[in-house]
Ligand binder design. Structure first.
Ligand SMILES: *Cc1c(COP(=O)(O)O)cnc(C)c1O
Length: 459
């Protein structure tokens, strides 16, 4: 008989941070005071925090040692050169501009490449990415495959671009109106779904034909590479590091939120291959972020990032990271809870439309569900639905996205399998009692990225 052997996390725990459970009565009060928005809860009132995987990863002993090696010189910090070297080595881009986080890099590249009246096709939008494109005068165009908008489709590469849609938009608007195509690895808003290398190569061919750049939103590129290794034909024998490099080499520039894949609490960068774009970005960064050798990051943070990049592309690390997410997802699926298929790489996404079919989308089902899960168990999740989708730029009406999701995002190297079990039990409990759940109405709405600060009341 063939022997089966379980795999475990490729680390042991050296330091712990206590978490505390509150009472249901307390949590009802906390969420009411937070306007039923999990972003407005205090972290001390949260038991297990699945709000985001952004900046919430556990750093390794090597990274903490790196923190002590911070060279906080205003210019030319040693740590910047380590970070630059890691980016060139593991991602293959030529020039590096550090930024305080991903949106800092998005701001720079949008201001440099986008002119008023331009169109920016992408494999689904991301909140800050699209906003920076719009603030620069561009209009985002969704060219992801239709399967990405269907939570039931179990197509493996839902991050793929629909090449016909892309070519149609190029022909319709003219290649000179399209500064670049934005390719995200993985696609956060679709549920952490990967793009295949086969599809990316096709996108490269098409964009070459029309002389259009590809800007890579590479926040979770290692997770995307892992899915390619597992599920795309011909990549079983390649390492995650090799696949990461292959993805990056098919693109012209990248924006990175190092707070995700790269295992640090803060930081990001813009990486480009075009020396002219580099010169412009290096000039602009001093206006908005900081000098071109720190860009809003401390020296110590750049050192931790340099080490984090290397750790993030190790096969055993990424298998445990994605494996934990899959474990939680499988558990929920077995319990009959409606989730987005296939299970993504950085979180499990609950399908709030199916979870709460008695609520219409303007009763904010995903917002409601996130609040209910918090009240049940102190587990903090977040909305990815109508609130996140914002309003139409011209009509001012709500955007009604097809996907109305609650995201259970798993921080890297932070929680154990027992935490996953507690989370699954809570979601299952809320699911079994879903009929009694009432919706919300919005009582305060900020102008930009409303999901962060909007407030609600119970209907
Ligand atoms: C987080 C994220 C960003 C923005 O990065 P920040 O570091 O939060 O500014 C951009 N794109 C994607 C896909 C992200 O997940």
């Amino acid at each position: 008989m063939e022997r089966t052997r379980s795999w475990a996390e490729p680390y042991k725990i050296k330091m712990v941070e206590p978490v505390f459970m509150t009472t249901r009565k307390d949590r009802e009060k906390f969420i009411r005071e937070a306007g039923y928005n999990t972003f407005l809860l205090k972290s001390k009132d949260v038991y297990i925090d699945l709000l985001t995987d952004s900046g919430t990863s556990a750093m390794s002993d090597r990274q903490w040692a790196g923190i002590m090696m911070g060279d906080e010189a205003y210019a030319g910090s040693e740590n910047f050169y380590h970070m630059e070297e890691a980016i060139q080595k593991y991602y293959g881009y030529k020039y590096v501009i550090p930024t305080h986080q991903g949106r800092g890099a998005e701001h720079l590249i949008s201001q440099i490449l986008i002119k008023k009246g331009d169109f920016v096709p992408g494999n689904m939008y991301f909140t800050t990415t699209r906003l920076h494109q719009e603030l620069a005068g561009g209009t985002f165009v969704d060219v992801i495959i239709d399967e990405a908008h269907d939570s039931e489709s179990d197509f493996r590469f839902k991050g793929n671009v629909n090449l016909e849609k892309l070519e149609t938009i190029i022909k319709e608007k003219g290649a000179d109106k399209i500064p670049y195509v934005c390719i995200a690895t993985t696609v956060n808003m679709a549920g952490g779904q990967p793009i295949s290398l086969e599809n990316l190569k096709e996108v490269r061919k098409l964009t070459h034909k029309y002389n259009i750049k590809i800007v890579h939103d590479m926040t979770r590129v290692a997770e995307n590479a892992y899915m390619i290794q597992q599920y795309e034909k011909g990549y079983k024998e390649k390492s995650v590091a090799e696949i990461v490099k292959e993805i990056c080499l098919l693109t012209d520039a990248a924006t990175m939120s190092s707070k995700k894949d790269a295992l640090v609490s803060i930081g990001g960068f813009l990486a480009v291959n075009d020396p002219e774009v580099f010169e412009q970005a290096r000039n602009l960064v001093v206006v908005y972020e900081g000098l071109h050798t720190y860009g809003g990051m401390a020296g110590r943070d750049m050192e931790a990032l340099a080490i984090g990049i290397k750790e993030s592309v190790q096969d055993d690390h990424i298998r445990a990271r994605v494996g934990q997410v899959q474990y939680l997802g499988e558990k929920l699926k077995k319990a009959g809870v409606p989730i987005v298929n296939p299970i993504g790489t950085h979180g499990v996404f609950l399908d709030a439309k199916k979870f709460l079919p008695h609520l219409t989308q303007d009763m904010f089902p995903a917002q409601t569900l996130a609040a209910e899960i918090y009240v049940d168990s102190g587990v903090r999740t977040m909305e990815r639905g109508i609130v996140s989708a914002g309003r139409n730029k011209t009509t001012g009406a709500h955007n009604y996205p097809k996907l109305e999701l609650v995201r259970l995002t798993i921080p890297r190297r932070v929680y154990t399998q027992a935490h996953m079990d507690v989370i699954a039990e809570s979601v299952e409990y809320v699911y079994n009692n879903r009929a009694t759940i009432k919706g919300l109405k919005m009582v305060f709405e900020p102008k930009y990225l409303r999901f962060f600060q909007a407030r609600f009341e119970k209907l």
